[in-house]
Design a protein around this ligand. Structure first.
Ligand code: AMP
Length: 395
């Protein structure tokens, strides 16, 4: 893997694809700066070498040029976080931009306007990518969140930087931590897959069966597995058309010597509502009118035991409807178990989909070994796919 640490950027202009797709409030203030902070090590390394940085990103899903999606809103946050006053230009290609880049001096940072103001960005347009490529001597990709997209700035552009393209520190760290789980893991390896639906996780489960010793299945997916094996799941979320698939997964797991752990009890509610009546029920005996919305105490004790005997842990997806306080306990308890295992030397990686929100909300982000910054990109890596943004640098 060619990372920026192999290169000295002295007097070079680095064109860096970052993921500054950050949330803004109604006054256009950045409400979560994680993504900007994540790019800081790459930017600082280049500035400390004596180079300059041209930063390009998308923000939101604009239709053409739309001021509310302008990256000018985040310039102050970027400056504050990296400790250098960033310049901003209200376009990302063309003569004016090229002139501004030409005048950029060592130690300076320039933020370009939202790449997605041009449809060419998402279309992976080669001419647009070539125009962008004029804005730097070296190309650096540090945007894991978009590494699964073959867009102009994430993938297509790399062909114009033969021998002059590198992984930024964030992207390198993301790749390394997934590799540490999937390929270079210390055994026993555990994957915990929660969340709402089997259908959205099926490819991940299939790919991961070859890599793990234990698999915990939780969240809404539980009920498809339970019903497929003859249990009564009441009104719990269940994909009847995926029951065959669930049985097939269990069969494959057995053949591959993977121990599968499914909740044995649940917190059931008489309504999908934080104030609903609740009771602990055996997962196979949920009557109509009741639905399982969180893992029960026996399940959590089982999971704690499994987590604490594993040396590599991947966590994707909550164990219950964590957005409601009444059904967040399972997800929190699992977070504590993983925290404990990590303290005892396990490597723990959290990511994919919305898992990061749960981990942050309950304060586990600092306690696990690594929290991935890319939802969709991480899921695709777990599915065993080659990401175009990564391939473009490697080739
Ligand atoms: P995902 O994005 O697939 O990881 O799914 C996350 C969502 O799954 C969260 O919004 C949870 O509220 C939801 N979820 C977890 N457990 C359950 C459950 N037992 N019933 C319904 N939804 C659930």
């Amino acid at each position: 893997m060619k990372t920026i640490n192999e290169y000295s950027f002295e007097n070079k202009k680095a064109l860096i694809r970052v993921d500054f797709n950050v949330p803004l409030d109604e006054k256009f203030k950045v409400t979560d700066t994680t993504r900007i902070e994540s790019a800081k090590p790459t930017i600082l390394k280049i500035l400390e070498d004596g180079g300059s940085c041209v930063l390009m990103s998308h923000l939101g899903r604009p239709k053409g040029v739309s001021p509310e999606f302008s990256l000018k809103h985040i310039v102050d946050s970027v400056s504050e976080i990296i400790g250098v006053k960033a310049k901003f230009i209200d376009d990302c290609v063309g003569e004016e931009v090229e002139k501004t880049v030409a005048n950029l001096e060592s130690g300076e940072v320039l933020l370009l306007e939202n790449l997605r103001f041009y449809d060419e960005e998402k279309n992976g347009d080669v001419d647009f990518a070539e125009q962008l490529s004029k804005l730097g001597d070296i190309y650096v990709n540090d945007a894991f969140g978009t590494a699964h997209r073959a867009h102009a700035s994430t993938t297509i552009i790399a062909q114009f930087f033969e021998g002059k393209k590198y992984f930024g520190n964030l992207l390198a760290k993301e790749i390394e931590s997934i590799d540490k789980v999937l390929n270079n893991s210390e055994k026993p390896v555990l994957a915990i897959l929660g969340g709402a639906k089997v259908s959205s996780k099926i490819t991940v489960i299939e790919n991961i069966l070859d890599k793990v010793d234990h698999l915990i299945i939780g969240g809404g997916m539980t009920f498809t597995f339970v019903k497929a094996q003859g249990g009564s799941v009441g009104d719990s979320i269940c994909e009847d058309d995926k029951m065959e698939l669930a049985l097939e997964i269990l069969k494959q797991a057995k053949a591959k010597n993977v121990e599968v752990h499914i909740p044995v009890d649940v917190i059931a509610a008489d309504d999908f509502n934080n104030d609903a009546n609740t009771k602990v029920l055996d997962v196979t005996q949920i009557p109509d009118g009741w639905q399982g919305l969180d893992a029960g105490p026996k399940s959590l004790a089982n999971f704690d035991e499994v987590v604490n005997k594993c040396k590599t842990i991947l966590w994707n997806g909550p164990l219950g409807v964590f957005e409601m306080e009444s059904f967040a306990k399972g997800t929190i308890a699992l977070g504590h178990s993983i925290d404990n295992a990590t303290k005892n030397g396990a490597f723990s990686l959290v990511g994919g989909g919305d898992s990061v929100a749960a981990v942050k909300q309950f304060g586990f982000a600092e306690k696990v070994s690594y929290v991935s910054t890319g939802g969709g990109a991480m899921l695709e890596m777990l599915e065993g796919k080659e990401l175009p943004g990564i391939e473009a640098i490697n080739n």
